[in-house]
Design a protein around this ligand. Structure first.
Ligand code: AMP
Length: 581
């Protein structure tokens, strides 16, 4: 039977009333799976679910329902990695239990007054939501008694282990009764989690929402491999090419995080930093600004960004790839949520290429090689985004009505076209000048610089034959160097416009006004069908099978002639034989 309503899942009416008010109409998949199971007796669950799947309600509703409010003792403990997540879970549990009278949820976390938390514990609570370090502190002070705990929830268990909470979790679990149930939620399943589940759980039921260790379905993964000195320039181009970007840039160290944020701010981007060297108050402030979208680009370390739950990020940018693949899964899982699409970008140097391969195996998805947008393309995108905003801007007639007549008078000597030109120049001269002077960034390919030089040679056509390689078809395209076409653009054209399986691209020969490129024979028709007729750089593209080159033509003619000659010779010989017989 497919369960569809919270009622059918066994959720009590007072809790249903609260969640309906919150707009939860029907259960999310993780809730459908977990809630009925946890409402049963002595059931332990390991749920592999990414953040944003609805897992707080999946464990929250059943544990709330099992609380005996008249027994004012902690009956459930939720452990989570960060203060922010701790507060968020406690908030959610409070919302779900709005109609359960006298039910008390207490968040306890480091970085705030332990005394007030102790006072609240003395007054009595039913559910403790805690970061492991602070809970241990409270246990050691003997201010909390966990002997009546029936449910222990480890939320974002993999994150807690990444943060080194393994021993703390062991210690906390030694203070709760052995016959408690344990529920473990994790986005990934590293070996250390398997250790915990083996040690502490009795025959747990395993629930997988999405595949284990798999990244979100609707996330596109792109990498740009460049010289280390060009990484920041690529970052800037990505930000410039996506005027409405709303994303997190992950760096490896606090120092790098601050440096990149400083550079971005200096260059006029709407950016800020989030890392462990900032005080809690500063971090809260930055997160709040980011949530409100007052910041478009947040430069962060993995640890500091935990607990920052924002659903509609357009981009995750990995400024270098982490050594730990789980971290990449976590980072990229922050975009492409709630049915939206997202992009996870890795800006890497040559030495990191092997990491891309390793990640591809784990997430079961291929990275695309990114095409660095050219200055001209960036300016066009920015310009259209500006015009778009201009069209949609709300005009406050009342506020400006008094000043308008004198402005009209002042601009009277300009016609509409002039005003538009001036407006655009005023907004974009700096950007246009910057990109006019900026050189192109060298994109490195697998095999390194040498291959890149060889490619350049091939592209310039020197010392290379013009016949396609075995199994490949050679295609003609009516765009060339004078149109600003670079090899990356050809790759980009194929990546962006050919639906379905990725097209393998072979040699690219750029000419002045047109170019040739090779694709696998099997892909030839698909490529022509999808590219021929589309518009690029303002021009209609023509793509067709390439005619054999002059030398190829000549070779074919010679071969034909030789064949004909052989035929003639044979005829001649046969005639002679018949005559003589
Ligand atoms: P979580 O994974 O618990 O952080 O939940 C992700 C988001 O989904 C939160 O904003 C929840 O409030 C929301 N949510 C959880 N369950 C439901 C539901 N059944 N219907 C609608 N929204 C939900």
């Amino acid at each position: 039977m497919i369960l569809k309503t919270f009622e059918e899942l066994g959720v009590a009416p007072n809790i249903r009333r609260a969640i309906i008010e919150m707009g939860y109409e029907s259960p999310m998949p993780v809730q459908e799976e977990v809630i009925p199971y946890l409402l049963g007796n002595e059931n332990e669950v390991i749920a592999l679910a990414q953040t944003g799947t609805g897992k707080t309600a999946a464990f929250g509703l059943p544990i709330l329902q099992q609380i005996h409010v008249n027994n004012v003792q902690p009956q459930a403990v939720v452990l989570c990695p960060t203060r922010e997540l701790c507060l968020q879970i406690a908030d959610d549990l409070n919302d779900y239990s709005k109609y359960i009278e006298k039910l008390k949820v207490l968040p306890v976390y480091g970085g705030s007054s332990i005394e007030s938390q102790i006072r609240s514990l003395h007054r009595g609570v039913h559910i403790i939501v805690a970061t492991p370090g602070r809970l241990i502190d409270l246990i050691k002070r003997k201010t909390v008694d966990l002997q009546q705990v029936r449910n222990v929830i480890l939320d974002e268990a993999d994150e807690m282990l990444n943060m080194g909470f393994s021993e703390s979790i062991d210690e906390i679990l030694s203070h709760v009764p052995k016959n408690r149930n344990m529920l473990l939620f994790s986005a990934t399943m590293p070996a250390e989690i398997a250790r915990i589940t083996k040690k502490y759980m009795r025959n747990p039921h395993e629930i997988v929402i999405g595949k284990k260790n798999e990244g979100a379905k609707n996330v596109k993964h792109i990498y740009y491999m460049v010289n280390a000195k060009d990484k920041y320039l690529v970052l800037k181009r990505i930000a410039d090419y996506n005027p409405n970007i709303y994303g997190i840039i992950f760096c490896r160290t606090r120092k790098e995080t601050q440096e990149i944020a400083d550079l971005l701010i200096k260059d006029g981007y709407n950016a800020d930093s989030l890392h462990g060297d900032l005080s809690q108050v500063q971090r809260d402030y930055v997160m709040q600004k980011f949530r409100l979208r007052n910041i478009q680009l947040l430069v962060a370390t993995d640890v500091a960004a935990r607990g920052l739950d924002v659903d509609d990020l357009t981009h995750i940018i990995n400024y270098g790839l982490p050594d730990d693949i789980e971290l990449y899964t976590h980072r990229s899982g922050r975009t492409g949520r709630a049915g939206k699409t997202g992009t996870s970008i890795a800006i890497i140097n040559l030495r990191e290429k092997h990491k891309v391969k390793n990640i591809e195996k784990v997430i079961n998805k291929q990275f695309e090689q990114g095409v660095i947008p050219k200055g001209k393309q960036i300016c066009e995108r920015q310009l259209f985004s500006f015009i778009d905003k201009l069209e949609k801007v709300k005009v406050n007639e009342e506020e400006i009505k008094d000043i308008l007549p004198s402005i009209y008078r002042k601009l009277d000597w300009l016609d509409k076209e002039d005003i538009i030109k001036r407006l655009i120049s005023h907004e974009f001269n700096i950007l246009i000048n910057y990109y006019q002077e900026a050189g192109e960034i060298e994109l490195l390919c697998e095999g390194g610089r040498k291959r890149e030089r060889d490619k350049e040679k091939r592209i310039s056509g020197k010392g290379t034959s013009r016949t396609s390689e075995k199994g490949y078809a050679r295609l003609f395209i009516n765009l060339g160097k004078t149109d600003g076409l670079a090899p990356q653009n050809v790759i980009g054209l194929l990546n962006d416009n050919i639906p379905g399986k990725k097209v393998n691209i072979g040699r690219i020969d750029l000419m002045k006004n047109f170019s040739f490129f090779e694709v696998k024979e099997v892909d030839k028709e698909r490529v022509i069908r999808n590219l021929d007729g589309i518009k690029v750089f303002g021009r209609r593209v023509a793509v067709e099978g390439a005619q054999p080159s002059l030398s190829e033509n000549r070779k074919q003619k010679i071969e034909k002639k030789q064949k004909d000659n052989r035929k003639e010779n044979r005829k001649f010989k046969n005639k002679k034989v018949r005559k003589s017989s």
